[in-house]
Each structure stands twice: as structure tokens, then as C-alpha cells.
Design a protein around this ligand. Sequence first.
Ligand code: AMP
Length: 181
Amino acid sequence: MSQDVVRSLRDIVRTIPDYPKPGIMFRDITTLLGDAGAFRRAVDELVQPFAGGKADKVAGIEARGFILGGAVAHQLSAGFVPIRKKGKLPHTTVQVSYLLEYGEDVIEMHADALVRGERVILVDDLIATGGTAGAAIKLLRQIGAEIVAACFVIDLPELGGADKLRADGVEVRSLISFEGH
Ligand code: AMP
């Protein structure tokens, strides 16, 4: 990706210090989504290595992963699978729980959203510790998906999530990165 594109995507992501709690630099992608050119560039760059039928489905993580994942799926002519917080999906689900800083959380997907052997790209807006994406990959593998890659607009490399996924055999693609939390 050209350095101009990286710079322009970095500049358009809005940073809100101390949100939702002190010490966190919240990387707000709504400014990127609201800019037609930046949104298109981000989606084009995310899909670029996967054009030509490399994926059957795109799985997006609630909620910002739905916006990006939906656009990625459309562009790849792939189906879309929502991965949601517990209790939101109406049909039979499979679940995975994962640890948060305090306590734990559960994500789920419909048990019939994928058939064994389908090739899936996971999409979310940002990877930090990798807890959320790692749980989503566990969930997808549990029902027999083949993970083609995990794609994020933003990586926070100091938190180690992308490296953790790579160590677990997942190809990770991110467009821009920020230092710190
Ligand atoms: P993690 O599970 O630690 O990799 O966190 C990733 C999830 O939390 C993603 O769904 C992000 O949207 C959200 N997230 C974590 N840290 C930030 C941050 N600094 N700014 C915006 N979103 C964040």
C-alpha cells in the first residue's frame, strides 16, 4: 500500500483520549466510514490480496466489523456471517467465551452459518490484545471453517494481538497501526 494512502487513512481516523476510560486512546473509525473516498480505499486495500474467489464467506465481529465486513463481502462476492455478543442471534448458535481484563465475554454465531471446509476471512475494525479476534477464530474453526486471513483497518502492535494470531497460523492483514493502547 502506498505511503500516501497509509498517511491519509491514519489522518482520517479520529483519536479520542481517555475513552471509554482513562489511559485508552480510542481510535474512532466513524470519521473514515463517513468519508466516501477513505471508506472505499480502506475496503479496496483490505480485499486486494483476496480477489479472485479466495474466500467463500466473510465473518464480521459486532459491531464495526459488520460495516467493514459487509462491504468486503460484497466486493469479494462472498457471503457474510455475523459474529455477535451472546443472546442476539435468533437461531441455534455455537459459542465461545473469552477473558476480558475484568471478567469474561461470550460471542456466538449461527451453527448453520458455515459448512465445514468453507474458506473464511475474518474482519474487524481494530486488533488490540487479539482476545476478540482469537475467540472468533476459535469459533469459526470449531465448526470447520478454513481461516484464509484476519483483516483489520487498525493494528495496535504493542498489545501483541496480531502476533498472537500469526503464532496460531493465521494470516493477518492490517492497513495502519498506532503506537500504544
Ligand atoms: P482486543 O480483543 O483487545 O483485540 O480488542 C479489539 C476489540 O476492541 C475490537 O472490536 C475493537 O473495536 C475494540 N477496541 C480495542 N481497543 C480499542 C481502541 N483503542 N480503540 C477503538 N476500539 C478498540
